[in-house]
Write a protein that binds this ligand. Structure first.
Ligand code: F6R
Length: 607
């Protein structure tokens, strides 16, 4: 987590870095700081709190240097306070470092440096880095950084600035992301594309084990032995306004409402006439056709999309599919083999556990297909094949549009493999293709009911617990609905398979417990009705997601979020929409910081 940024150029230093940090704030937001060159010296301004607090501290100061760095923090080592905020500096305050990641051997390095007389002020792991560079400095910042990084264990992306060499900034990548923005008379470094968008579309994505040196008009990349590396400029295809809230009060709401457009974009991109073109890469097509087992590994919401994928791949493509949390997968010696294809799903493409899962599969000699949103992200680059979900920047910490886009890609993949393997007929394919193109309109219909969802949400602002239940392909919807609610509104919510209620959780039900049933018309619809009766009989309050015109559900429920009838396999793409809106409205009603929930960060780049 944490966001780091660096700038060298002639624009207003403080403003460029602060605006850059704002764009990265979703990566971590408990403290922030900048270090800039002013009158030939390093000036560091940092404090706990949001970027807004840092603005107050900087108070529009004009800095006359050309280079600066910044950091927005999500604490790992050391509490949240002004001293632990980055950038950290060496003993003489001549070298400043912003760090994203974890230095695993920091205790040992700290002891060693203290013995040589270095004085530490913070409790962070990161502070060892400027001291180590100071220790090795003999007239060349680059040489000192080369020596220092060889001593560091763990994952790190660094942006380094020194008043001794104020005409450059240095970046280092090992495990955490770092991108160079190549501008006209200016160069930037950033954890992701967002702060670069308003300056340039030209970027150079660094790989692990690379160091870059930026001056106002040049960039160069080296390996950790100092050998130059040939790198190429690529173009960002996101635009500035894609990363703005526009008329919406929160990114989360904007992203919920963007879903019809994201789905339409993907359908138009991946479906050409009578064909799905996801597997146009011949090798990927061959790979998928030769496997009889798929193992999906992902985290959080992406893992829930993977669970929906299990139903789709098994139903349409008839391939046995298992789904695992990446944090479990990577540590339990999973059974891999020639017949198993591992799929990694990640919005950010940077989640540490998912990335480690990808590396584990590769180390075992097998190939990985990933389903990712952020182009050129670490997971995309480590994987053999990538399918992009084309959702545009997702900035709200709670994932919404990426979830439905991931499910759509899994649906298209299942459909294409099913067709190629002969489990889906041409007729079924044409019918499903037509149904797919109707989806954006149907999701719009649900979004039009957002006023009612808000009204219902307002009645539950004081509820202490929620249970979300679903069956079959909507069991993951229940898990995802519960996750959305708890992460943005801080209300406890648990998601469960509806049929499992009587095996334990039914004991929770009393007249104060709201139970959210996801029960659109599907093959397990009738079964869920029984589960609803069981809850009703015990006095629980029933909120449901049901197909429009379903009178039975209306009679059984206290509140109903209606959705148009869709093919069973497409229901998760629609049934989640009212639950996203519900979570959003409960959170807003409770005064929570919807886009930046406490203790969370968008990209979980630490274990
Ligand atoms: C929840 C949420 C997280 C992410 C998880 C994985 O709303 O956003 O649970 O889904 O951290 O992130 P990615 O998909 O970037 O790997």
């Amino acid at each position: 987590m944490c966001g780091i940024v660096g700038y060298i150029g002639s624009k207003d230093l403080g403003a460029v870095i602060l605006v850059g940090l704002e764009k990265l704030e979703y990566r971590g937001y408990d403290s922030a700081g900048i270090a800039v060159i002013h009158n030939g010296r390093l000036v560091v301004k940092k404090r706990s709190g949001r970027i807004g607090d840092l603005y107050k501290l900087v108070n529009g100061m004009a800095f006359n240097g050309k280079a600066g760095i910044g950091h927005t923090r999500w604490a790992t080592h050391g509490g949240v306070n002004d001293i632990n905020a980055h950038p950290h500096v060496d003993c003489k305050s001549q070298i400043a470092v912003s760090h994203n990641g974890i230095i695993e051997n920091f205790q040992e390095l700290k002891l060693e440096l203290e013995k040589s007389g270095h004085k530490f002020v913070s409790e962070t792991d990161s502070e060892v880095i400027p001291h180590l560079i100071e220790e090795y400095y003999e007239g060349s910042l680059f040489d000192a950084v080369l020596k220092a990084v060889k001593r560091l264990q763990g994952s790190f992306a660094l942006v380094i600035l020194s008043s001794m060499e104020p005409d450059r900034i240095i970046g280092v990548k090992m495990g955490s992301p770092l991108i160079i923005g190549v501008g006209k008379d200016e160069m930037l470094l950033s954890s992701d594309q967002m702060p670069l968008l308003s300056h340039t579309k030209d970027v150079v994505v660094l790989n692990d084990g690379e160091i870059c040196v930026l001056t106002q008009n040049s960039w160069s990349v080296y390996d950790f032995d100092g050998n130059p590396k040939q790198k190429y400029i690529t173009k960002i295809d996101w635009t500035v306004d894609m990363a703005e809230k526009g008329e919406f009060s929160h990114f989360m709401l904007k992203e919920i409402f963007e879903q019809p457009e994201v789905l339409r974009r993907n359908l138009e991109y991946y479906i050409r006439g009578n064909e799905v073109t996801l597997l146009k890469d011949f090798n990927l097509r061959r790979l998928l056709l030769n496997k009889d087992r798929i193992l999906i590994q992902a985290s959080g919401t992406s893992m829930h999309a993977g669970l929906v994928g299990k139903y789709l791949l098994e139903k349409l493509a008839r391939i046995q599919t298992d789904v695992d949390y990446s944090s479990e997968f990577r540590y339990r010696e999973p059974v891999l083999g020639q017949n198993t294809l591992v799929i990694a799903i990640s919005q950010s493409g940077e989640t540490a556990d998912t990335l480690a899962g990808v590396k584990l599969v590769k180390e075992n000699g097998f190939e990985v297909l990933s389903i990712v949103n952020v182009k050129d992200s670490s997971i995309a680059r480590e994987s053999d094949y990538v399918l992009y979900i084309n959702a545009g920047p997702e900035i709200g910490v709670a994932s919404t549009k990426a979830y439905t886009a991931q499910i759509l890609i899994l649906f298209l993949l299942s459909l294409e493999v099913g067709l190629l393997r002969g489990f889906v007929s041409e007729e079924d394919f044409s019918r499903m293709r037509d149904e797919l193109f109707e989806l954006p309109g149907k999701i719009n219909d649900v979004l039009c009911e957002s006023g009612y969802v808000k009204e219902v949400a307002t009645r539950f602002l004081d509820a202490k617990h929620f249970v979300f239940l679903g069956r079959g392909i909507n069991y993951p919807t229940a898990l995802e609905g519960a996750l959305k609610l708890k992460e943005v509104s801080y209300v406890h919510a648990t998601g469960y398979a509806a049929g499992e209620m009587k095996h334990g959780p039914l004991a929770l039900v009393d007249k104060d417990l709201p139970v959210v049933f996801v029960n659109p018309k599907t093959s397990v619809y009738e079964k869920s009705l029984n589960n609803i009766e069981e809850v009703r009989a015990r006095g629980g309050i029933i909120i449901s997601v049901a197909s429009s015109g379903d009178l039975k559900m209306e009679m059984l429920s206290d509140y109903v979020f209606k959705m148009p009838e869709v093919n069973e396999l497409l229901t998760p793409l629609v049934s989640i929409i009212p639950l996203q809106l519900f979570a959003y409205n409960v959170a807003v009603g409770r005064g929570c910081d919807v886009d930046r929930p406490r203790n969370l960060a968008k990209s979980v780049t630490v274990e």
